[in-house]
Design a protein around this ligand. Sequence first.
Ligand SMILES: Cc1cc2nc3c(=O)[nH]c(=O)nc-3n(C[C@H](O)[C@H](O)[C@H](O)COP(=O)(O)O)c2cc1C
Length: 401
Amino acid sequence: MSRIDSAINIDDLKRMAKRKLPKIMFDFIEGGVEDEVGLRTNTNAFRDLRLVPRYYVDTSKREQKSKLFGNDFASPFGIAPTGMAGAFRKDAELFLAQTAREANIPYLMSGASNASMEQGAKLAGKNLWYQIYGAKNRAFQLDLVRRATDLGLTTLAVTCDVPVASNRERNRRNGFVRPLRMTLPTILEAMLHPGWVINYYRSGGLPMLGNWQPYADKTASADDVAGLFASQTPDASQVWGDLEAIRNAWGGKLLLKGVMHPEDARIALNMGVDGLIVSNHGARQLDMMPSPLDMLPMIRSAVGPDVPLLLDSGVRRGSDIVAAMCMGADFVLTGRATLYGATAGGLDGVKKAVSILQREIDLVMGQIGALNLDALGPHFLLDTVRAEEERRNTGAMAVRR
Ligand SMILES: Cc1cc2nc3c(=O)[nH]c(=O)nc-3n(C[C@H](O)[C@H](O)[C@H](O)COP(=O)(O)O)c2cc1C
């Protein structure tokens, strides 16, 4: 049995990833912003939910097949964009792409990925989606849309929740800035993870931002390309009109990632966006944000029943995915969960993360009495059950009187 096989849950994969990585790298994955209240907000939102099971439902032929934008997927979740994954494990994005295809789930590749969308599409085929950040020079963002079109990608997501850089204090303390400014303790700590250090330097150090390389000089180093990217994004001058320009340039499905306010959800829909990713960027932007799970019912009410709503941030369990769907999500994305897998065990690690979540979804569906995803809904939530019983009891009291 390989070490990855011994992982029972996502937390096991996280511990394995932590052991592999120098602190400066693990903190980049794990960290939130400022006091990191948001990290707890996200996970607690799931921990505070209660599902009420129903019994004597024949769930012997349970299935978690899902449909989104007319495409069939094996499960109701996909992989969220995580930039610079290649720095944690060489070729991490290629492992995510390959797993997406083999497991038939979507992989939303980051606009700040090391592998390029062209490499990702070769491995993931129609399971590759692409995430785009607004750029100061609008020609870059439109050219990224053109490349996605030329590749025949079906789905693009624009991330709106990075108007400015966020205050990630772990990174600043560790010297995870551009160019890297590692302190002596950081360097000494890194020596405790020789496997990562050797691989990192053997494969040339800082990996290239593959999607941005074509916009830099032919001789540009990975650091030069990172500099170009950093000079372009975040772009605080982006407004709704910029999203509209992407909408006009892109013929496929368009998602807006990072929507948290119901009014922003309504504006985006009026602009022709096809679906929304309710997300707080895994608590990496604004520490005081509510959890996407708490905003989801309001956003569902704002957009109506038919608009695809995806959710991410804080998902660590199959039960979190089931709960999100009961709360009104159509689909869920995992950021750190699949990244822990990639870091801990490369391709096998990503597959392991996906299979852990799939197994957990299956078991929770069996536990609550849901044969398929259509059976999920608010009727499994404690709050709904309680409200319904109170309504009934009030009705019964009125009749008795
Ligand atoms: C290391 C890391 C890098 C990320 N990079 C991006 C990115 O490039 N683009 C983006 O839209 N979101 C990015 N995100 C946010 C994720 O897409 C997703 O919203 C978040 O990870 C979900 O929370 P979770 O990690 O708790 O699942 C990143 C998250 C992490 C952890």
